[in-house]
Unconditional design. Structure first.
Length: 127
């Protein structure tokens, strides 16, 4: 009988000391426009503040499933939180970041990688 061999894969490690930036996780509610306008209002609600490792990127692209691509501006690593999804937003130093994709690193429920796009401040963040 053949012996099974386990294939080793590299472990993507994150150290607690790397989480040195404080970010605010936010939910977003959009109010429907009135009959005579196309404008809408965004209301952001704060979730807990968390410490994160933030890395700015250039050139990384995420496909959104309809043959279009979006450039990722920030990679944010946080401790695993099942509440955080691609519908969640991040506020960092007054700027709002849209989470494009959430990855549970190695499916261990220890760390999450958030691929984000910088949407700017205030009205410029509507998208």
């Amino acid at each position: 009988m053949a012996k099974c061999k386990f294939l080793k894969r590299p472990h993507r490690k994150v150290c607690l000391g790397d989480l040195n930036d404080l970010i605010i996780l936010q939910t977003r509610d959009i109010t429907e426009p009135l009959f005579d306008t196309v404008d809408f209002d965004e209301n952001f609600g704060d979730l807990p503040e968390v410490y994160a490792k933030i890395k700015t990127t250039s050139g990384r692209t995420v496909f959104d499933g309809v043959d279009t691509d979006v450039n990722v501006s920030h990679e944010i690593t946080i401790r695993f939180d099942p509440v955080v999804t691609s519908e969640t937003w991040v506020e960092f130093e007054g700027r709002r970041l849209d989470i494009l994709r959430v990855e549970d690193l190695e499916e261990r429920h220890e760390w999450q990688l958030l691929l984000c796009l910088d949407r700017g401040v205030g009205e410029a963040s509507k998208a």
